[in-house]
Design a protein. Structure first.
Length: 365
């Protein structure tokens, strides 16, 4: 039923409002050779969910019914209609897929015209809509591949529908694609968070925000993605040291990002190193430094604190004392992962006026 894929895929570029490029795959037409060509396109980011028009002993006219589909199968906003093709005769009909389903194919009977028509829906029982017209002529069946939705109705028409087929696209759903946030900030700072959706929504949508540690990162609750963009932003306040997994969720989809919050900066003592360590990875190297070499301050005391697991803290230190070489202002130390979780590495030096510093680290898979 399919034409040569190298011709059909033809990578007919249909540019979405978000800038995405979608390839449309065309089924073969079924019917006669008369009439003028028509193409009833739902447009980017929409799927065909119904066919309506008029019919009697033959199908007089067709019109596409389109909707944007969420990740959980529900439809966003009301249905949108394409243009019409065909004549004005016959009685009105409406072949509609149930909510959570899209049109995957069409079948019916043809001769010189389309005599009868039924739509095939995805993920519903029964899988076919009702029928219009009559079961007279040659039987046909045109379906989109398993991973595609129908996007448009195509064919030829005059006073009746002479021939009919579909244009199919890779099934798209409105979902949360990514959530991005800086990997680390210091306590008291704000972290800019950005949620990115898979496509531009046809109506504004509210995306829920959550945190695995609401004391560390009190969340604003939700962000709104408008109808001209795929993104929404918010500021997340870091209220205490530690680690949190920040999540964004919408209609059966979600994404997450990890945030590590260090303690306040200290001008007299600085700890630098990674914010995440692989659970089964090698030891991680950290650096501790002071502004200037002073003979009486030759070492830094280290300790690990934070949430306890059955195995103890998420990381451990081979040595809790870091010594500076003569005349040096920095030294390295090793941190070894023990189990998944968050750990706070405390560093202190016995100098009046120099507070201890806290470097948070998360052990991940």
């Amino acid at each position: 039923m399919w034409r040569n894929r190298s011709i059909v895929l033809a990578a007919v570029a249909l540019c979405a409002a978000s800038g995405d490029v979608l390839a449309t795959d065309y089924t073969e037409l079924a019917g006669g050779s008369g009439g003028s060509a028509f193409n009833l396109d739902c447009g980017a980011n929409m799927s065909l969910v119904g066919i309506q028009g008029k019919a009697g002993s033959m199908v007089d006219s067709v019109q596409g019914v389109c909707a944007q589909i969420n990740a959980d199968g529900s439809r966003l906003g009301g249905n949108k209609l394409t243009g019409k093709a065909g004549g004005a005769g016959g009685d009105s009909y409406y072949l509609q897929c149930l909510s959570g389903s899209t049109i995957k194919g069409i079948k019916g009977h043809v001769g010189g015209y389309v005599n009868g028509l039924t739509a095939l829906c995805s993920a519903t029982t029964p899988e076919f809509t009702g029928s219009v017209g009559r079961a007279n002529g040659t039987w046909f069946n045109r379906s989109c591949p398993a991973n595609m939705d129908a996007r448009l109705i195509r064919g030829r028409a005059g006073s009746w529908i002479d021939a009919i087929g579909l244009g199919c696209k890779t099934a798209q759903r409105l979902k949360v694609d990514t959530v991005s946030i800086p990997s680390s900030v210091r306590v008291g700072q704000t972290a800019p968070l950005t949620v990115t959706m898979s496509m531009v929504p046809v109506e504004s949508v509210s995306v829920h925000l959550g945190s695995s540690n609401v004391r560390l990162t009190p969340m604003p609750g939700s962000v709104t993605v408008g109808t001209s963009t795929t993104k929404a932003s918010a500021n997340v306040a870091a209220s205490e040291t530690g680690c949190a997994r920040v999540t964004a969720s919408y209609k059966g989809s979600s994404a997450w990002a990890d945030l590590v919050v260090h303690g306040p900066a200290s001008p007299g003592l600085v700890v630098t190193g990674p914010t995440t360590i692989r659970r089964y990875g090698p030891p991680a190297s950290f650096t501790v430094s002071i502004p200037s070499a002073e003979p009486q301050y030759t070492s830094v005391q280290l300790s690990v604190r934070g949430p306890q697991t059955l195995l103890g803290p998420a990381v451990y230190l081979p040595s809790e004392l870091v010594n500076f070489a003569p005349g040096k202002v920095s030294a390295t130390f090793q941190v070894l992962p023990r189990t998944l979780g968050c750990a706070l590495i405390h560093a202190s030096i016995s100098k009046v006026g120099v507070p201890s510093v806290i470097h948070a680290v998360m052990v991940i898979e």
